[in-house]
Each structure stands twice: as C-alpha cells, then as structure tokens.
Write a protein that binds this ligand. Sequence first.
Ligand code: C2G
Length: 129
Amino acid sequence: MKKVLTYGTYDLFHVGHLNLLKRAKELGDYLVVAVSSDAFNAIKGKKCAIPDYERMAIVEAIKYVDEVIPENSWDQKVKDIQEHDIDIFVMGDDWKGKFDDLSEYCEVVYLPRTPDISTTAIKKQLKLK
Ligand code: C2G
C-alpha cells in the first residue's frame, strides 16, 4: 500500500484544497493529512477564520482523505514520515524546493496550485481580517 502525506492549514476550505487532496490521493492508496493547529499557525503568522478542530473535521470528511493528524511544528515531518511509513510527501508548488531534504526519507512531489483561488482572497472578499 502506497502511503501519501501532505500538510496544510486548510482554512475556509476551497476547491484549491480539494484539487490538491484529490491529486495527492491519486499518487497512492492512503492519504494522511497533517492539519496545522491554531498554535502552529500563530508561529506561521497565519490567523485562521476557522478553529483547528473544525478544520480537521472538514478535512477528515473529504473522501480522498484516510487519516488526519495535527501539525504542531515545522520539525515533525521526518518523524511523521517514519511513524506513518510514508512513501510520498506532497505539497502544492508554492512550496517548491522547500522540502527537498525530505527526499532522503521518501519521494517528494510538488503539485501545481489551483489558480485564482486562495484563503487570503476569500477573506478579502468577505472583508475578514
Ligand atoms: N493549495 C493549492 N492551490 C491553491 C491553494 C492551496 O494547491 N489555490 C495547496 C497548497 O499548496 C498546500 C495545500 O493546498 O499544499 C494547503 O494550503 P494551505 O492551507 O495554504 O497550506 P499552508 O498554509 O501553505 O501550510 O508545513 C507546511 C504548511 O503547513 C503548509
């Protein structure tokens, strides 16, 4: 069984997130998604509209997703890859090159982002801070 792992905030879930998860699942048989906790997003400098337990529940309900784990720090990826026996690490290509060091542990794949949609743009449209 080929296991895939990806990370994200998944705030105000939108079709860009859905496309990423769909294509990530197509690369293997089992998809683990690490969803950033509110505390970690504060470190990333991201203020979420939706709290972490709700963002995790929404991602968990997506048919392409087999398992959701919390992302609490930048440094947990190697441990996650090893503990979950991951074959492929996937991120959208806005992260291209940033995680190449993980290729020591598994395949690293960057997928093209879905154009013209982002949580930031949605917040602006909704006049959220
Ligand atoms: N994404 C995409 N197309 C978009 C928007 C997002 O393909 N239009 C992808 C991103 O590239 C990422 C995933 O959807 O792979 C989740 O996006 P975010 O929630 O913005 O994730 P981010 O805040 O970048 O967190 O340790 C890594 C970080 O947790 C990534």
